[in-house]
Design a protein around this ligand. Structure first.
Ligand code: PMP
Length: 404
């Protein structure tokens, strides 16, 4: 945290944050919508509103999610102050001190921060290039975690996507052991290549229906799904949503009342006013193009400047990729040198529940910097890594160090 403060300096190229590209924010649409909201609906927009969220927005979301195979009613949709708040509310409702949560390794740091406050313990199951290693899941499920926390699309930090086979296996095992899944999907709409894969919440509904388990329609499933407008509209709006069975929503709503009563009425109305113009599809298309190009620039630069001993994921969407250096490099120590060389990243250990893991990994964000900056920043990082590899080669091959 101390080092990352320096990344705010203007001459540092930072791949550390998770910020969307600000030049893509829909400022014109927001300005016009804000004017309409205040002029036409000012008394409502500046008033308290229901804890569940604005009904037209919940309806819009339920209709929108059908395209992803999620057949939720407005009653199954609950608006939160960002999906970060949903993570916190889930912790508040579900976690008792000492409860074990099954997480991917590595996983989203913000979820761990939210649940640490409720004294959660963690069981980590590793991911590989196809997402969670479902072949390693069953032993962990037998121990009886409270729930599993899964990021199926363009994982933060890994950039990986859970394959369809593994999604099906995950849902099967979740039902076999009766362990709920919290599916966090902030990046699913930001796919720049490949086919969209069905969300776990939809696969779970199919599973329940085919097993004859679901007597009361879709929303009796085993999955709590989290979405957000942070990466498609703007994170400053602080608008996220939960899709879950009504019984779960009721508990979360009660928890939210004690937290902040409701998500900002004005922000919800602003979003709704923007969304109903139908601009979002074109807008998301533009974001995908820009981020896809930035990913390409970052990967091309890594191929050019990073030593052959390094490897990285090739995300098909989202904001991040994950790089591995040789095992003897500690990326936490490397960050200090990188900041001195005016480039920053997040050392991978931060995304593990055990800080001894992931010591030779790093998360790189490609959405926020301009392509030219990405090239320069990756060059700086690459030169640093090259120097380390060369130095290591000299040391380990020096004649006096070669065993007799
Ligand atoms: N989950 C994941 C995986 C994230 O990456 C983020 C933000 N970076 C969040 C949740 C929280 O997002 P927000 O509160 O802005 O919706």
């Amino acid at each position: 945290r101390e080092l990352l403060k320096f990344t705010q300096q203007p001459d540092i190229i930072s791949f550390a944050g998770g910020l969307p590209a600000p030049e893509l924010f829909p400022k014109d649409e927001a300005r016009e919508a804000a004017c309409r909201v205040i002029t036409d609906h000012g008394e409502k927009a500046l008033q308290y509103g229901p804890t569940e969220g604005l009904l037209p927005l919940r309806r819009w979301l339920s209709e929108r999610m059908v395209r992803y195979g999620i057949q939720a009613e407005a009653d199954n949709v609950f608006i939160t102050s960002g999906s970060q708040q949903a993570l916190d509310l889930i912790g508040k409702v579900l976690i008792n001190p000492g409860d074990q949560i099954l997480v991917e390794e590595p996983t989203y740091l913000g979820a761990l921060q939210a649940w640490n406050a409720y004294q959660a313990e963690y069981a980590g199951v590793p991911i590989d290039d196809h997402g969670l290693r479902t072949d390693l899941l069953e032993d962990a499920l037998r121990v009886g975690p409270k729930f599993m926390y899964i990021l199926p699309n363009f994982q933060n930090p890994g950039g990986t996507t859970l394959s369809l086979d593994r999604r099906l296996e995950l849902v099967r095992l979740a039902n076999k052991y009766g362990i709920p899944i919290v599916e966090d999907d902030p990046y699913g709409a930001l796919r720049f290549e490949g086919e969209h894969l069905p969300p776990l919440v939809a696969l779970d509904a199919d599973f329940q229906a085919s097993a004859g388990l679901n007597g009361r329609g879709f929303m009796e499933g085993n999955v709590i799904y989290l979405g957000t407008f942070s990466k498609t509209l703007a994170p400053g709006l602080r608008l996220g949503w939960v899709v879950a069975p009504v019984e779960v929503i009721d508990r979360l709503v009660m928890a939210k009342q004690g937290t902040d009563l409701q998500t900002s009425t004005f922000d919800q109305m602003l979003a709704w006013e923007m969304l109903k113009t139908g601009f979002l599809d074109d807008h998301i298309k533009r974001i995908r193009e820009v981020y896809g190009e930035r990913r390409n620039v970052m990967i091309a630069a890594m191929e050019k400047y990073f030593p052959a001993e390094c490897s990285w994921t090739k995300p098909q969407g989202g904001l991040f990729l994950w790089a591995r250096t040789p095992a003897w490099i500690d990326t936490e120590a490397l960050l200090a040198e990188a900041v001195a060389a005016k480039v920053a990243f997040v050392p991978g250990f931060a995304f593990y529940t055990d800080p001894q893991k992931g010591r030779n990994t790093m998360r790189l964000n490609f959405s926020n910097a301009q392509p030219e900056q990405i090239e320069v920043g990756i060059r700086r990082l690459g030169l640093l890594l090259q120097a380390k590899v060369t130095e290591h080669r000299v040391v380990t091959t020096a004649p006096e160090l070669v065993p007799a």
